[in-house]
Every structure is written in structure tokens, then in C-alpha cells.
Design a protein around this ligand. Structure first.
Ligand code: ZN
Ligand code: ZN
Ligand code: ZN
Length: 374
């Protein structure tokens, strides 16, 4: 649909780091400590080797320049990161203690937000070096840090959504009956890559009773005529996520299958229509849940209504009872109610939705009726 989006610039990353430091200040934190993973990619564009056990840590302190603590042997690659011009590099060499290198950068009695996926080994090392510090996970301390997307991010999320939609349109043409779930899952992965995803995160194909397990991935079960099949797939395109579900049927559905599907579709539509700035995340969940409960299936809707999406396919904000965070224009999240009947079948319908000034806009827009496949 679109070409390659313009790359993020050093200024984009500088602005994100300033925003994170400001948010930390407003949250009463002395700073933010960011380890390799989605937070670091989002803040700096830097993704060190996946298996690195050596300490790499971005230190964001309000009012000071960002510092990246990095192993000496990784420094040349770190310097090539797009966000590097906004960073001071502080390298440490094998054999030295990385925590004594890091300690002078930190307020010795401060409370810091730490990436959720930081290695325990590193956090324990910092605590040993600076016993007066304390820590909170970033998803608790600054859950909304990455939640509001800017125009360039929305462009990428829309492109990922469009690619997932193209994938769905194509999967309707393949044979389901007589093939294993894993075969259809392979088709989904191939199609996502064909339409520009560099990473496939999940390809759920839940046929018949397997559809009643929301996170059933895909197994050796041979799909048969009469099966309801839950499809849920996504990954990253240009570094941003897709995630969509549709439920299809092999041949004509029974009256009950059609009725359950109609309930989920109406619940998903109602929750989408509820999206607008100012309502709480939990209100989106409540609207979907009320609809399914009124139809008699409240105890069969066994997960939250949605999750945020960005440089990962699951992140804050969560559309769940108890989440009072108001929706803000630019937030992107899934709306994905479902009904799961153990031993029988499941139905889920999922779109990514972004909050606009006056409502919501879907980033997935394939037909939501239950498609009949062969
Ligand atoms: Zn059936
Ligand atoms: Zn999904
Ligand atoms: Zn999802």
C-alpha cells in the first residue's frame, strides 16, 4: 500500500529521550534505566546483539544528557545507532565491574524506573553498588511512556495493519479442510512476510475445540468440514506491530455457531464505537463485556478486551477492568472480545484501533462477518 516510511532521525530519538526523562521527573523518579529491548529501540534506535549478557544500559536523568553504558566491544555499533548523536557513551571493558562504571551516573538515594525485561543480574548488581537506590518497573512507573503514538508511528502501524489485512484476504483462498492447523499457520507466516513483515510474532490457527483456547497456536490437528477456525496473527513491519483476528468456518456454520459469532461481532462493534478521548481504558472492556454477558456468555469471555501495540505486539495500555487511564488521541490498541466454549469451538474478532480527536479509527478493516472457507 505504501512505500518505506521515512526513517526516524536523531532528533526524533532525542525528543523521545527528553519526553521519558520529563515523565520520570513528573512521576517522582530520579531517572529511567533502559535495557536492551523495545524500550531501548524506541528511545535510541539501538538494538544490541540479542544474547548479550554484558551490561548495556541507557540512563535518562531529568535535566542531564542521556548516557549509554555499553561494553567496549559493542561501542562501535552503538555509535552507529540513529539516536547516538543525542547520547554520551560510557564504555566498560571486560574484566571491569560495569556497576562501578554506572554508579556515578545515578543519584545514590534515587528511585528509578527500570525496563521490565532488564536482567535481574544487572539490577542486583546496581542494588549492591548503590544500596540506597530503589526501583520500579517501567510498566508500573511509566506505563504510558510509549502509549501515545506520533504521526510517523501511526503511519507504520497503519501499514502493518494493512499488510495483516492483505494476509487475511489471501488466507481465505487457501484450502482449510484436510490440512493441518500448522499448514495454515505456515501460510499465514509466509503471507505476512510477503506483505512486508520482517518479523512474525504469532500465527494462531484454532480449529474446532482448539479454538476454545485463546492462545492455542497451531498444532497437528487436521481441520475438517464443519469446523470453526479462529485465526489470530501478527508481527512487525518497519518495526511496528500488527495483530488481527477473524473467525472463519469450513462450509456453512450451524445456527449456534452463527449466533455466537454474531454476539462477538456486535460486542466488538460496540466497543469500537465507545472509543473516544477521555473515556477510561476499562470502559472499552466494560462495553464489550456487557454485551457478551447480556447474551448469556459472560463466563466464556475469559480475557481482557485489548492491549496496546507499537514497537511490540503487546504493551500498555490494557483495556481491562481496573485500568482507569483515560484514552488519549494517538493511543493504539486492540479491541478483541471472544467467546470460548470448551471442547467445542471459539470465536474472536480483533482489530487494532487508534484514538482520534473525536472517536476511534480502525487500522484493520477486513469484513468481520464469519467467512466461509473450503
Ligand atoms: Zn461448524
Ligand atoms: Zn491477536
Ligand atoms: Zn491482540
Amino acid at each position: 500500500m505504501t512505500g518505506t516510511p521515512a526513517p526516524f532521525t536523531a532528533d526524533d530519538y532525542r525528543a523521545r529521550m527528553e519526553r521519558a526523562a520529563r515523565a520520570a521527573d513528573e512521576a517522582g523518579l530520579a531517572g529511567v534505566l533502559v535495557s536492551p529491548g523495545p524500550d531501548l529501540v524506541w528511545l535510541t534506535g539501538y538494538a544490541p546483539p540479542a544474547a548479550t549478557e554484558r551490561l548495556t544500559l541507557l540512563v535518562l536523568t531529568p535535566g542531564q544528557d542521556p548516557v549509554l553504558v555499553v561494553p567496549t566491544l559493542e561501542a562501535p555499533d552503538a555509535e552507529k545507532a540513529v539516536g547516538a548523536p543525542a547520547l554520551k557513551l560510557r564504555d566498560w571493558t571486560d574484566g571491569k565491574d560495569p556497576y562501578t562504571t554506572t554508579a556515578p551516573l545515578l543519584d545514590a538515594s534515587g528511585r528509578f524506573g527500570v525496563s521490565d525485561n532488564a536482567w535481574a543480574m544487572h539490577l542486583l548488581g546496581l542494588q549492591r553498588e548503590l544500596p540506597g537506590t530503589s526501583y520500579v518497573s517501567l510498566s508500573d512507573g511509566l506505563p504510558m511512556l510509549r502509549a501515545v503514538k506520533d504521526a510517523a508511528e501511526l503511519e507504520r502501524l497503519a501499514a502493518a495493519g494493512a499488510a495483516a489485512d492483505d494476509t487475511y484476504e489471501e488466507i481465505l483462498k487457501v484450502a482449510f479442510a484436510g490440512r493441518r492447523e500448522s499448514d495454515v499457520a505456515g501460510d499465514l507466516a509466509d503471507l505476512l512476510r510477503h506483505f512486508g513483515h520482517e518479523q512474525v510474532d504469532f500465527t494462531v490457527v484454532g480449529s474446532g475445540p482448539n479454538g476454545a483456547n485463546p492462545h492455542h497456536e497451531a498444532g497437528s490437528r487436521v481441520i475438517g468440514h464443519g469446523d470453526t477456525v479462529v485465526l489470530d496473527f501478527g508481527g512487525l513491519k518497519h518495526g511496528y506491530g500488527s495483530d488481527t483476528s477473524r473467525t472463519v468456518h469450513v462450509g456453512e456454520p450451524s445456527a449456534e455457531e452463527q449466533r455466537v459469532h454474531d454476539i462477538v461481532r456486535a460486542a466488538q462493534q460496540a466497543a469500537f464505537e465507545a472509543v473516544r478521548p477521555g473515556i477510561a481504558c476499562q470502559d472499552v472492556d466494560r462495553v464489550a463485556r456487557a454485551h457478551i454477558t447480556d447474551a448469556g456468555y459472560g463466563d466464556r469471555f475469559i480475557h481482557r478486551t485489548g492491549h496496546g501495540i507499537g514497537v511490540t505486539t503487546h504493551e500498555p495500555p490494557y483495556m481491562i477492568e481496573g485500568e482507569e487511564q483515560p484514552l488519549v488521541p494517538g493511543m493504539c490498541f486492540s479491541v478483541e472480545p471472544g467467546i470460548y466454549l470448551p471442547g467445542r469451538f471459539g470465536v474472536r474478532i480483533e482489530d487494532i484501533v487508534t484514538v482520534t480527536e473525536d472517536g476511534g479509527r480502525r487500522l484493520n478493516d477486513t469484513p468481520r462477518e464469519m467467512a466461509v472457507v473450503n
